[in-house]
Ligand binder design. Structure first.
Ligand SMILES: Cc1cc2nc3c(=O)[nH]c(=O)nc-3n(C[C@H](O)[C@H](O)[C@H](O)COP(=O)(O)O)c2cc1C
Length: 221
């Protein structure tokens, strides 16, 4: 695609913005539409998201993970539950997510409590992964210090030998999914002159308990 066309595309997104009328009342539905727009715009790994966790005394850490499910219940990712993020979530089950789609000048931020998926959900997703990823998940003690690359490759080869091709690789006990239950969802859309659009949806524990809807606020960019 030539530069002129790319520039024109940015102009188009900047002009479109995010109006309250277009945003609607349901941030999960809006998130779905924005993810589809990112996919249609050809964003590379549109489901990559920064996941921030923190220790109980408030030391944050952040890394990228892949979004593997999004609906009214929350935003799902999978990982080693004994990793650094797993340990932080066990001690302090709250997380923040950020996704950015530069091509369409958009960002989404999500915050809320985190819940472990059920073993059945963990198993179903693990079974759907390519065999190589399954073997890697069994072989790699994610976030632990290891002697060297050779040690990891030996472990992988050992796990490979232990699981003949025709047999399914069982999910390791320390591997599974988490669902971030959205209580704050903020949509950012780039506009000209740094006059960006920001709409924040919030829902407290009390709102959830009473079945109340989301509140929506416009924030200064
Ligand atoms: C684009 C991208 C996607 C990733 N997706 C995942 C993922 O879905 N699950 C995961 O455990 N690690 C994923 N990683 C690796 C993590 O960023 C991180 O290195 C790993 O989970 C260990 O993090 P921790 O030590 O903070 O627990 C991804 C990395 C990148 C760059």
């Amino acid at each position: 695609m030539d530069d002129e066309r790319l520039r024109a595309m940015r102009e188009e997104y900047a002009a479109a913005g995010l109006a309250e009328s277009a945003a609607g009342d349901d941030p999960v539905a809006l998130f779905d539409r924005w993810l589809a727009d990112a996919v249609n715009a050809g964003v590379h790994e549109p489901n990559a998201m920064a996941l921030a966790t923190a220790t109980p005394n408030g030391r944050p850490s952040v890394r990228l993970v892949l979004l593997k499910g999004a609906d009214a219940r929350g935003f799902v990712f999978f990982t080693n539950t004994e990793s650094r993020k797993g340990a932080e979530l066990a001690a302090n089950p709250y997380a923040a997510l950020a996704m950015t789609w530069h091509e369409v000048q958009r960002q989404v931020r999500i915050e809320g409590p985190v819940h472990r998926l059920s073993p059945a959900e963990d198993d179903a997703y693990f079974a759907s992964r390519p065999r190589g990823s399954q073997l890697g998940a069994v072989a790699s003690p994610q976030s632990q210090v290891v002697p060297d690359r050779g040690w990891l490759e030996d472990r992988y080869a050992e796990v490979d030998r232990a699981h003949p091709d025709a047999e399914p690789v069982p999910r390791p006990a320390g591997w599974g999914g988490y669902r971030v239950q959205p209580q704050v969802v903020e949509f950012w859309h780039g506009r000209r002159g740094r006059m960006h659009d920001r709409l924040r949806f919030t829902r407290t524990d009390a709102d959830i308990a009473s079945g109340a809807g989301w509140s929506r606020d416009r924030l200064a960019p």
